[in-house]
Design a protein around this ligand. Structure first.
Ligand code: ATP
Ligand code: MG
Length: 370
């Protein structure tokens, strides 16, 4: 049995699924750059500052775990400074979630702590609590054109999947807001799933244009993809909180079994790993492989002619085994919500200090009077 490479190396076929609106070349380029970045991080982790986050639009799922969360903890443990953002304003882009925002945010905090984000080394914050960060949005908006915002393939895809009657202005501008989320602390490394690549490109453009127009205040951050830059959900599309196709980290073992039982497969009894021609089956094979730290080809071979039923049993057991300690820690933290909320308060205090300093630099660069 071969073990899979660390989660930063591409697995065959990853990033080329029909579920993505991005050209495969964009994903391949990011994966190549990721290999260089890994060497730079290993040599000098203190040169990097990680910023990344998850919209509080629902519970975190396996796509988050293997797409970005696992990488955040790995980078934290390598000595990189990590900022984890709950972008609560961005929850308002494409659905009505305000009535359950606080509960959803608490769920995210529990997930972060349960997977191993350590508040003594990493900063967890929410951007509505950091006013100076949000002020950066205004000068940044002036640096991009309406046509550029309208061309973003991820935003177009999200609009297509949103069930809103009309599209809000926030929906078109949230990638610019995201640039503020990253640049307020001069983040230069962003572990994300592949849907975020166009947003990262826009952040780089804004940082560069700000430098050209005013002064070089901001770095141009890099995206860091994992070995599962696009995990599919039970319906064969991108696993998303919003698409009813996700397996939540905090789900029970029984719920997990039920969801995997309903996952899409195909008619061929012989299980193989071929993401191009068999995306749904290969995604389940990949999921079991990621959970067990094995090569997906070995998982496919193990199941062989056992068909979809055996594949699903294997995946269910692998997911529940991998998540059991995380779920146990989650339940433990949930018994002390006072502590959990204090983690966010401390993170917000630190994020505010940094955002104030950056905003001061921005004002100086722009020559505004105070
Ligand atoms: P929503 O449906 O509300 O957009 P989401 O499931 O897409 O939710 P986000 O909060 O938009 O989750 O994404 C948070 C982070 O998780 C981003 O870095 C994103 O790239 C990553 N991510 C989300 N879904 C997946 C997935 N299926 N595979 C890999 N990474 C993912
Ligand atoms: Mg999303």
């Amino acid at each position: 049995m071969t073990t899979v490479p660390p989660l930063t190396s591409p697995l065959p076929g990853s990033g080329t699924s029909a579920a993505s609106p991005l050209p495969p070349s964009a994903v391949a380029g990011a994966l190549r750059r990721g290999a260089e970045l890994e060497r730079e991080i290993a040599a000098a982790p203190d040169r990097f500052r990680v910023v990344t986050g998850d919209r509080p639009t629902g519970p975190l799922h396996l796509g988050h775990y293997f797409g970005t969360l696992h990488n955040r903890v790995r980078l934290q443990d390598l000595g990189v400074e990590v900022f984890v953002l709950i972008p609560d304003y961005q929850a308002l882009t494409d659905r009505d979630v305000v009535d359950r925002l606080a509960g959803t945010m608490e769920g995210l905090l529990l997930d972060y702590l349960a997977i191993g984000i350590d508040p003594s080394r990493s900063t967890i914050f929410n951007h509505s609590a950091v006013p100076a960060l949000n002020q950066l949005l205004l000068p940044f908006l002036s640096l991009v054109s309406v046509a550029e915002l309208g061309r973003n393939p991820t935003v177009k895809d999200e609009i297509a999947h949103s069930r809103q009657a009309s599209v809000s202005g926030l929906m078109y501008t949230y990638p610019v807001h995201q640039a503020a989320d990253i640049l307020f602390c001069k983040g230069n490394l962003v572990p994300v799933g592949q849907d975020q690549l166009p947003h990262l490109e826009l952040t780089r453009t804004i940082a560069r244009r700000f430098g050209e127009r005013y002064a070089p205040v901001f770095p141009q951050p890099d995206a860091l993809l994992s070995a599962a830059p696009l995990l599919l959900g039970t319906d064969g599309g991108k696993m998303s909180k919003s698409r009813g196709n996700a397996i939540a980290l905090g789900a029970t073992a029984d719920e997990t079994a039920r969801l995997i039982k309903g996952a899409k497969t195909d008619a061929d009894r012989n299980v193989s790993y071929d993401p191009e021609s068999r995306p749904a089956v290969s995604n389940l094979v990949l999921l079991a492989a990621l959970c067990r730290d094995l090569d997906p080809h070995d998982i496919a071979e193990e199941i062989g002619g056992g068909g979809a039923a055996m594949l699903k049993r294997t995946v269910t057991e692998a997911v529940n085994t991998r998540l059991a300690p995380i779920r146990a820690r989650r339940a433990e933290y949930a018994r002390d919500m006072g502590y959990v909320r204090s983690v966010l308060r401390a993170g917000n205090a630190r994020a505010n200090e940094i955002a104030e300093r950056t905003l001061e630099e921005v004002r100086e660069a722009m020559g505004t009077l105070r």
